[in-house]
Write a protein that binds this ligand. Structure first.
Ligand code: PFF
Length: 453
């Protein structure tokens, strides 16, 4: 057995802390903001089914592969891929995989922070009673007014970037993951409360039907691409975030069971969010395909009408902000560790550099909801383009190459050693999935979405 490397950034104190941190990365805006609105835009049940299939057959095996590569390399994703490729006698160009991850993380953070800014501003709005007794029209007007004002959006985007940098500068392992220990369960409980409320709206079964009753006539090739891209986005895969978290994982921890916990928790939160939101949509005659504002115009209606809605609503947006926060730090961690390890810069300086870059780029997203709303390329605004490029193209491509490396380049002996699996059924299923199923699925969905088949 080869001597395990150690990360210069240290280790998680236990496997449990890794599970919390990786779940903190996975559970975020993707589950509560994005999953419901893309489900609404893509017709519901059939989309959800494809998404679940992608989690099971592509997401879980690739997550295992990504954690495994991270722990074996124990460096930032670029150096990890470089070292592992060298050790396997493969091309050093594999480190481009690390590069694409670093870039994707910065691009995603630039718009992620703007949306997290919406959640921040909704803490204040909800706490100050804006939604008390408000109906669908009033709540939509509040959301519309917020989007129309770039100054406010920029302010909250700035606050969120500063919050992210404050944590990353001190090192991911100090602080936030401890907070996540009780904030994640709290978010879970509040989602259950919201599902409970949704059950009283009179449209609960209509909401569940929309979510779980597949109607394949509503599913397009692009919808399948969106579902697959979202499987990567929601599990934080394909860009080195989970790889870098894996690089802090203690040597003895089992990767397979760890992955099941993370993916299970992530999927559950997304489904609960859908079960809370869709009944409210139907009960209030709203449009499921309303787009990125969906959560922000549905849940506040419920908060405005239910007993204790002011407190529950405020708490909800506080917890949503925390969920986004624990995700955003992992978006930038690959870039930060790269500069720290390769250029010897301090974490604090590195944060200033990348914080400023993502903040600047975020202004494009801020403007795409107001002044630039009519500037479109391929019928997409600046925000839509960034989202599409990263989620639907860069992450699946990154995941494809991670799967290819883990399945074809790394030797079986190495992957078995790192996964701590014997040559039994579990390992063989995993190997089959990363070698054949995941890469083929990504390629077929791509080709189909481009319209070549
Ligand atoms: N998984 C996060 C979410 O669902 O909100 C977003 C994300 C975090 C994507 C980290 C990618 C990543 F590396």
């Amino acid at each position: 057995m080869s001597e395990p490397r150690v990360s210069i950034h240290g280790q998680w104190s236990s496997r449990w802390i890794f599970i919390l941190a990786a779940t903190g990365s996975a559970v975020g805006l993707g589950n509560i903001w994005k999953f419901p609105y893309i489900t609404g835009e893509n017709g519901g049940g059939a989309f959800v089914l494809v998404y679940l299939a992608c989690i099971a057959c592509i997401g879980i095996p690739i997550m295992m592969a990504e954690i495994m590569l991270g722990r074996r390399g124990r460096q930032n994703p670029i150096n990890t891929m470089h070292t592992l490729a060298q050790e396997s006698g493969a091309s050093r160009h594999w480190r481009l995989l690390g590069w694409s991850g670093v870039v994707a993380g910065l691009l995603i953070l630039s718009f992620y922070s703007v949306i997290a800014g919406w959640a921040l501003s909704y803490i204040v709005k909800t706490a100050s009673g804006t939604f008390e007794g408000a109906d669908g029209d009033a709540v939509s007007a509040v959301f519309g007014d917020m989007l129309a004002g770039p100054g406010g959006l920029l302010f909250w985007h700035t606050v969120f970037i500063l919050m992210t940098m404050a944590v990353v500068a001190r090192g991911v392992k100090s602080g936030l993951e401890k907070a996540v220990q009780f904030l994640m369960p709290a978010l879970f409980v509040i989602l259950l409360v919201m599902v409970g409320y949704a059950a009283t709206t009179g449209a609960f079964s209509q909401g569940l039907k929309f979510l779980f009753n597949p109607d394949f006539s509503k599913l397009t090739a692009d919808g399948v691409l969106v579902a697959m891209g979202h499987a990567f986005f929601t599990l934080s895969l394909g860009m080195g975030a989970i790889m870098i978290y894996g690089s802090y994982l203690p040597h003895k921890a089992s990767i397979a069971s760890t992955t099941f916990y993370i993916a299970g928790a992530d999927t559950l939160v997304a489904l609960l969010a859908g079960m809370a939101i869709f009944p409210i949509i139907f009960a209030n005659g709203l449009e499921p395909g309303a787009g990125p504002g969906l959560v922000f115009v549905t849940l506040p209606i419920a908060f405005g009408q239910m007993d204790g809605g002011l407190i529950i609503g405020t708490l909800f947006f506080v917890l949503l902000t925390f969920a986004a926060w624990s995700s955003s730090i992992s978006l930038i961690e690959p870039a930060v560790t790269w500069l720290v390890e390769n250029k010897g810069l301090s974490r604090a300086k590195t944060c200033v550099v990348f914080g400023a870059m993502t903040w600047l780029l975020g202004i494009g997203t801020v403007l795409s909801f107001n002044h630039w709303a009519d500037y479109k390329l391929f019928d997409k605004t600046f925000f839509d383009l960034l989202d599409y490029l990263t989620t639907n193209i860069m992450l699946p491509l990154g995941g494809l190459f991670i799967a290819l490396f883990a399945g074809w380049v790394l030797s079986r002996a190495d992957s078995r050693e790192e996964l701590q699996m014997d040559d039994g059924l579990g390992y063989r299923v995993w190997l089959f999935l990363v070698k054949f199923v995941a890469p083929l699925a990504v390629i077929v969905v791509f080709v189909k979405a481009i319209g070549l088949i």
